[in-house]
Design a protein around this ligand. Structure first.
Ligand SMILES: Nc1ncnc2c1ncn2[C@@H]1O[C@H](COP(=O)(O)OP(=O)(O)OP(=O)(O)O)[C@@H](O)[C@H]1O
Ligand SMILES: [Mg+2]
Length: 338
C-alpha cells in the first residue's frame, strides 16, 4: 500500500534567505541598507513583506533576482537558497537563465515594465521561446491560455493588443502572465497593486492567490498591512533594513511580538477596531547612516528600556515565529481580530 505520507506535498521551503546584508554607496559613504534579513517562502503560500518606506523591501526582492543596481548596491553577505542553489553566489549568466523560469518578479508600474512596441502575445511568447524553446505558433497558443488563466476576457483577441490598448489592471495581468509563463517556483510581487484602484487591486490579489494552487510561492511586498492581513499566509515585518518579526499571519495579527508590528497594526482600519482609535507611529525611520547600535526602533518605541540600547538578534520564538525584541517575553502587545 502506498504510504500516504509520501503523497503529501513537500514542506521544503521554496526559497530561504539567511543573514542577507546589502550595502549601498551613498553621500555618507558605503552603508548597509539591508542587514541580517532572514525569511522563508513556502510552496503554495503567500508571504507578505511589510514595513514603512525605506525599510529595504524592494532591495531585498531585487537581490533574489540579482537585479540590484550594482555597483551602487551590492550583496555583502548571506545566502539566498533556491533548493541547492545559492542565488547570491551563482554566476550572473546562470542566474539570468533562472530569472523568469524559476524565480520571477512583477513591479508596481505595469506600463513601464511592458515594451510598448510589441503585442502582448509577442511579449509573453518571447518568454516562452527564450526559456522553453517553444516555436512561434506553440508560444502564441500558450500565450492565449495564459491570458485566460490570468483572467483577461477574450484572450484570442487580446493576444494581438498592444499594452497601451489595455487598462492598468489588464496590463498588470499581462505582466503576471509573463512572470508565471514558465511555472516558476517563486514569484516576487513588489507593490503589484499600489497603482491600481481598489476593486482592481482585490481582483489582482485574488489572481495571485489562485496562482499558488500549483505550489508557486509568492512574496507579496507592500507597505499596506491591511492588504497583507487579508491576502497572505505568512508575514515578515521589516524595520530599517532588518527583519523584526515573522510568523503565520493570523498569529502575528492576534498577538504581535514586536512593538513595531503592534504600531503598524494600530494604524490599520479593521472591523474589530473603531476608527477613532486609529494611530500612527510617532517619528520616522532613521536613515541607514544614523542607525543606533542597539534596537533600531528604540527612539519610537513606547516600551523602550535601557536593555534596548544593546544589539538584539532575531530569535526563534517557536510556532514558526521569530522576533527581534529584547523585551518580547515581558510585553503583552495588543493585536487585532480578523
Ligand atoms: N540605488 C540606490 N542607491 C542608494 N541607496 C539606495 C538605492 N536603492 C535603495 N536605496 C536605499 O536602500 C534603503 C531601502 O530601500 P528600498 O527601496 O528597498 O525600501 P522599500 O522598503 O522598498 O521602500 P518603499 O516602501 O518606499 O518602496 C533606503 O534607505 C534607500 O534609500
Ligand atoms: Mg519598495
Amino acid at each position: 500500500m502506498p504510504d500516504p505520507a509520501n503523497t503529501e506535498p513537500s514542506n521544503a521551503p521554496a526559497l530561504t534567505i539567511e543573514g542577507l546584508r546589502i550595502s549601498a554607496a551613498t553621500e555618507h559613504g558605503r552603508v548597509d541598507v539591508v542587514d541580517d534579513v532572514h525569511l522563508t517562502l513556502r510552496p503554495g503560500r503567500i508571504t507578505g513583506l511589510a514595513g514603512e518606506s525605506g525599510s529595504g523591501k524592494t532591495v531585498t526582492g531585487l537581490a533574489v533576482l540579482r537585479l540590484l543596481a550594482e555597483p551602487t548596491l551590492r550583496v555583502e553577505s548571506g545566502r539566498i537558497l533556491l533548493g541547492d542553489l545559492d542565488l547570491a553566489r551563482l554566476p550572473r549568466g546562470e542566474l539570468r537563465a533562472l530569472r523568469g523560469r524559476r524565480v520571477s518578479m512583477v513591479f508596481q508600474e505595469p506600463m513601464t515594465s511592458l515594451d510598448p512596441a510589441f503585442t502582448v502575445g509577442t511579449l509573453i511568447g518571447e518568454v516562452l521561446r527564450r526559456h522553453l524553446g517553444m516555436d512561434r505558433r506553440a508560444a502564441r497558443e500558450r500565450a492565449v491560455e495564459l491570458l485566460d488563466r490570468v483572467g483577461i476576457p477574450e484572450p484570442e483577441k487580446r493576444v494581438d493588443s498592444f499594452p497601451f490598448q489595455l487598462s492598468g489592471g489588464m496590463q498588470q495581468r499581462v505582466l503576471i502572465a509573463m512572470a508565471v509563463a514558465c511555472g516558476p517556483d517563486v514569484l516576487i510581487a513588489d507593490e503589484p497593486t499600489t497603482a491600481l484602484d481598489v476593486t482592481v487591486q482585490a481582483q489582482i490579489l485574488r489572481l495571485l492567490r489562485s496562482l499558488t494552487d500549483d505550489g508557486m510561492a509568492v512574496l507579496l511586498v507592500t507597505h499596506d498591512l491591511g492588504v497583507l492581513a487579508e491576502h497572505c499566509d505568512d508575514l515578515v515585518v521589516m524595520y530599517a533594513g532588518q527583519v523584526v518579526e515573522t510568523g503565520p499571519v493570523d498569529d502575528v495579527l492576534a498577538a504581535p511580538a514586536h512593538p513595531y508590528t503592534a504600531g503598524l497594526l494600530a494604524a490599520v482600519p479593521s472591523t474589530a477596531r473603531r476608527v477613532e482609535r486609529l494611530a500612527t507611529i510617532p517619528g520616522t525611520v532613521p536613515p541607514p547612516h544614523l542607525l543606533p547600535a542597539g534596537c533600531r526602533f528604540v527612539a519610537r518605541c513606547p516600551h523602550a528600556a535601557p536593555v534596548c540600547e544593546e544589539p538584539v538578534t532575531l530569535e526563534d520564538a517557536g510556532g514558526g515565529r521569530s522576533r527581534r525584541c529584547a523585551r518580547a517575553a515581558e510585553l503583552d502587545l495588543e493585536g487585532v481580530g480578523r
